[in-house]
Design a binder for this molecule. Structure first.
Ligand SMILES: NC(=O)C1=CN([C@@H]2O[C@H](COP(=O)(O)OP(=O)(O)OC[C@H]3O[C@@H](n4cnc5c(N)ncnc54)[C@H](OP(=O)(O)O)[C@@H]3O)[C@@H](O)[C@H]2O)C=CC1
Ligand SMILES: O=CCCC(=O)O
Length: 283
């Protein structure tokens, strides 16, 4: 990937990732935020750039940026590459891949593990799948945005891997929330619980980072809760397709849904703690 990189979707992640590209000499002329304030369209970005990267909220956004009027597809042609780094399901990714390749372009899905801070620090883990040639061309950009890139084979494998990882993460955060509440209600110091967890076999960066802010009820969004609930929903659908029973993930999804219904969707996903707490508060 040379200089001509377009970037669609300047949310929490897209902004940090594209800033890293710019800092390392990539020329992102077309940092297009979707919305009325920006004149240019996804089609205009693709027309100008050999490579276009997208980091969009969900399957519906990923789909519409490609297929809608003035979308990516209108200017896609041979010699151009489209790299979708959004977290979506494998069906969405496959449909986008088919459309891009039918116009002669190359497609790579490349969802990421890691949140706002790793995105700012260029420390993401990139889960790529699709056109191997495009993966190789994208590696210089991935090396700037991430600490490790994996090529997982055919389109869909990156999406599935990302959903499995986030399904585990969402379930863990719910168990962690219940533990914090149990410690508190049974008269223990929650900070001491964090210290004990950090010393043992289930120590992990997420508990270490989110624990103190959850105790303080501070939920400035790094990973918006609405996106985590979307990932639980998509992971459960993957479980349906494969007849995998996932009662723990299903219960965690209910807690994220409840948090959304409480108006917490735009806060950090750790705000699920408030939803898990709610029955105890209301009794
Ligand atoms: N935040 C995190 O920690 C991580 C997030 N992810 C995944 O990365 C993706 C982006 O996440 P994040 O940056 O946090 O999300 P944000 O909600 O901050 O950003 C979403 C972006 O998508 C754009 N968008 C939404 N709907 C449309 C649409 N219909 N057409 C065009 N653009 C649209 C938004 O534009 P606008 O603002 O104009 O609406 C915005 O630029 C998601 O799939 C998420 O699951 C993956 C790893 C970590
Ligand atoms: O999809 C978001 C992942 C957040 C993280 O890996 O910390």
């Amino acid at each position: 990937m040379g200089e001509e990189v377009g970037f669609l979707g300047l949310g929490i992640m897209g902004k940090a990732m594209s800033m890293n590209l710019i800092r390392h000499g990539f020329k992102c002329d077309e940092l297009v935020e979707h919305g009325a304030s920006v004149a240019e369209t996804p089609a205009a970005v693709v027309k100008k750039c050999k490579y276009t990267i997208a980091m969009l909220s969900d399957p519906s956004a990923a789909h519409s940026v490609v297929f809608d009027k003035d979308g990516v597809l209108e200017q896609m042609c041979s010699g151009k590459g489209y790299v979708d780094m959004s977290t979506v399901d494998s069906d969405t990714s496959s449909k986008i891949s088919e459309a891009i390749t039918s116009k002669g372009g190359c497609f790579l899905e490349a969802p990421v593990s890691g949140s706002k801070k790793p995105a700012e620090d260029g420390q993401l883990v990139i889960l790529a799948a699709g056109e191997k040639k495009l993966y190789e061309e994208a590696l210089p950009a991935f090396d700037v945005m991430g600490k490790k890139s994996l090529f997982l084979g055919q389109v869909g494998n990156g999406a599935k891997m990302k959903l499995v990882v986030n399904m585990i993460m969402g379930s863990m955060l719910n168990a962690f929330s219940e533990g914090l509440i149990l410690a508190d209600k049974s008269g223990l110091n929650t900070q001491t619980l964090l210290d004990v967890l950090d010393l043992g076999g289930i120590a992990n960066p997420m508990f270490k980072m989110k624990g103190p802010t959850m105790i303080q009820k501070s939920y400035s969004p790094a990973f918006p809760l609405k996106h985590q609930q979307k990932d639980m929903r998509l992971a459960l659908a993957l479980g349906d397709e494969n007849a995998v029973s996932m009662p723990v993930a299903a219960a965690a999804n209910e807690a994220f849904k409840k948090a959304r219904s409480m108006g917490l969707g735009d806060l950090d996903f750790s705000a699920v703690y408030e939803a898990v707490k709610f029955p105890q508060n209301s009794s």
